[in-house]
Design a protein. Sequence first.
Length: 370
Amino acid sequence: MHSESPIKRRPTRKIWVGNVPVGGDAPIAVQSMTNTETCDVDATVAQIERLGNAGADIVRVSVPSMEAAEAFGKIKQRVSLPLVADIHFDYQIALRVAELGVDCLRINPGNIGREDRVRAVVEAARERGIPIRIGVNAGSLEKDLQKKYGEPTPEALVESALRHVEHLDRLNFPDFKVSVKASDVFMAVAAYRLLADKIEQPLHLGITEAGGLRSGTVKSSVGLGMLLAEGIGDTIRISLAADPVEEIKVGFDILKSLRLRSRGINFIACPSCSRQNFDVVKTMNELEGRLDDLLVPMDVAVIGCVVNGPGEAKEAHIGLTGGSPNNLIYIDGKPAQKLSNDNLVDELEQLIRRKAAEKVETDAALILRS
């Protein structure tokens, strides 16, 4: 029930990763990367499907060998999500996955070797409409740049990226996106800001090797939040040492908080205190687990007392305000009914699901009329 985001996004060229638009007026895409053994086709397919169910738009798969390339082809046949093949150095792997239907090549042209090899990869991509992602990482800068700058710096990251861009420019290949990742938030943010002024292509955002679920979420939220709030960024990946599904959830939570994308329930909940009339923490934990399957964008407020409860509840699709002797439910900003603490979560879940179903029907009707 909130207004549109005030963020003005950076104008960029639009490219297509499979059927997913990236850049231009397209929504910011959320992606993750498999951490299964690529040659284990069944396990990799299963993980990609879990990522898709969580809302992933694009999934990257590591392809370190020709054996993995053949496995990638089998994986591609069994999934519907666009796949990015992550390749380092070996141009023959890039050519093979292009034949097998890859949706995007993550390979740095400057690392391929001879000019004829670079040209072969670019022509294969051009012929099949496959974009390329240039990915620069502070941990793997070229030796001459390490010597020039002494240590990884934003300027070094951008210089490295522009070297790879030059290869594609020389071959008149504009359909690419770029990332300049670092584990240090300030370095990554500064590098992306510099690069945003130098190219028209989309930028893929990420804080690399951010850490575990909690620390990595915080670090990524700070870094990506700074950039996204400035309108920089067309795709994001939250790099966590955790289940990749968590990367998708965190990514959407960041975008929801900036009103850049909506998917699933946006919970507004108080941290609870002695004024609460029901157990807010327990209620929230149960609701998040039970309603994980809902994809319709909705705001749900869960506030334990009457101090802030009515004000927050009035701004949500469904709001619960703690009260005595009974709690008050608001629907679309208006008081609707009262609920006791008995079976509170069960009854609240039913109300939310009913409202979600109504919203789906209403949104569908609006689309038909337009």
